[in-house]
Ligand binder design. Structure first.
Ligand SMILES: NC(=O)c1ccc[n+]([C@@H]2O[C@H](COP(=O)([O-])OP(=O)(O)OC[C@H]3O[C@@H](n4cnc5c(N)ncnc54)[C@H](OP(=O)(O)O)[C@@H]3O)[C@@H](O)[C@H]2O)c1
Length: 242
C-alpha cells in the first residue's frame, strides 16, 4: 500500500536550488503544496517560476534563514495559514565550508553548525505542533555520507552531519507514536553548486539531484507499517582514485 500525497502540505528548506529544488519539484508534481526557503531573493524568484509549471499544486517562497528561529516560525505560520496545515518537512538547507581545524575561524565553524544542525532543530521544533495538530506527518533530513565518512578539511561539515544523524535517530524515537515518521538520507556526491562547486561538473558519475528527490518520494510513499529510517545513496561508479 502506498500513501496518497495529493493535497498535503510540505516545507522544504533550501528549496531554491540543487537538491531542495528537485525535491520541491517532485512534491508539486504529485499535488503537494510546497513552501520553500532560501536566502537569495533572485534564486527564490526563479525557483518559484520553475515550480509554478511543475504540477497541479501551489507554491510559496520564504526568505527565511534557518539559523534564525523566529524567521522559521513565522514562515511555517504563514504556510499553515495559507494551506490549512502541515504534513511534511524536509530539512535540506546546508552550507559547506572546508578548511583544516587550524585554519577554520570560529565564525566559519559556527556558520556550518548553526545552519546544518541547529537549523534542522529550529524547523523541527517549530513544525512539531503543526504536525501533531494534523495527527501525524513526515520529517526527512538530508544528511550526507560525510556524517559517517570523515575526511581532512571536513571537521565542521562532517560534525554537522554526524550531529544531524544523531538528532534524526533521537527524534524518530520520540515522535513515532504520534504518527510522525522521521528518516534521514545520506547522499554521496551530488551534481549541484554546493559549496561553490560547478553543477555541470561530474554529471557523468555524480548522483543527480532528481535521484535524491526520488528517494524522498519513495520514503513518503512507503507503507506506514514499516519505516526506512536511514538511506545511504551512492554514485554507482564513483571516479576511481588512481
Ligand atoms: N551536493 C552534494 O554533493 C551533497 C552531498 C551530500 C549531501 N548534500 C546535502 O544536500 C543538501 C542540499 O545540498 P545542495 O547540494 O542542493 O546545496 P546547494 O545547491 O548549495 O543549495 C543549498 C540550499 O540551501 C539554502 N540555504 C543555505 N543556507 C541557508 C540558510 N541559512 N537558511 C535557509 N536556506 C539556506 C540555499 O539558499 P540560497 O540559494 O539562498 O543560498 C540553497 O537553496 C544539503 O544538506 C547538503 O549538505 C549535498
Amino acid at each position: 500500500m502506498t500513501r496518497e500525497l495529493r493535497g498535503q502540505v510540505a516545507f522544504v528548506t533550501g528549496g531554491s536550488r540543487g537538491i531542495g529544488l528537485a525535491i520541491a519539484r517532485a512534491l508539486v508534481a504529485e499535488g503537494v503544496h510546497v513552501g520553500i526557503t532560501g536566502l537569495n531573493e533572485e534564486r527564490l524568484a526563479s525557483a518559484r517560476e520553475a515550480l509554478h509549471g511543475a504540477g497541479p499544486a501551489q507554491v510559496e517562497t520564504f526568505n527565511a534563514d534557518v539559523r534564525q528561529f523566529d524567521q522559521v516560525k513565522q514562515a511555517l505560520g504563514a504556510l499553515t495559514a495559507r494551506f490549512g496545515g502541515l504534513d511534511i518537512i524536509v530539512n535540506n538547507a546546508a552550507v559547506g565550508i572546508f578548511s583544516s581545524v587550524a585554519d577554520m575561524t570560529p565564525e566559519q565553524w559556527s556558520e556550518v553548525i548553526t545552519t546544518n544542525l541547529t537549523g534542522a532543530f529550529h524547523v523541527t521544533h517549530a513544525a512539531l505542533p503543526h504536525l501533531r495538530e494534523r495527527g501525524g506527518g513526515s520529517i526527512i533530513n538530508i544528511s550526507s555520507l560525510a556524517g559517517t565518512n570523515a575526511f581532512t578539511g571536513g571537521a565542521a561539515y562532517c560534525a554537522s552531519k554526524a550531529g544531524l544523524n544523531a538528532f534524526s535517530e533521537v527524534l524518530m524515537q520520540e515522535v513515532r507514536y504520534d504518527n510522525i515518521r522521521v528518516s534521514y538520507v545520506m547522499p554521496g556526491s551530488v551534481a549541484t553548486g554546493f559549496a561553490g562547486g560547478d553543477p555541470e561538473k561530474g554529471t557523468d558519475w555524480k548522483i543527480a539531484p532528481e535521484e535524491v528527490a526520488d528517494v524522498v518520494m519513495n520514503l513518503l510513499h512507503h507503507d506506514p507499517r514499516s519505516l526506512p529510517s536511514r538511506v545511504e545513496l551512492r554514485p554507482s561508479k564513483p571516479l576511481r582514485k588512481s
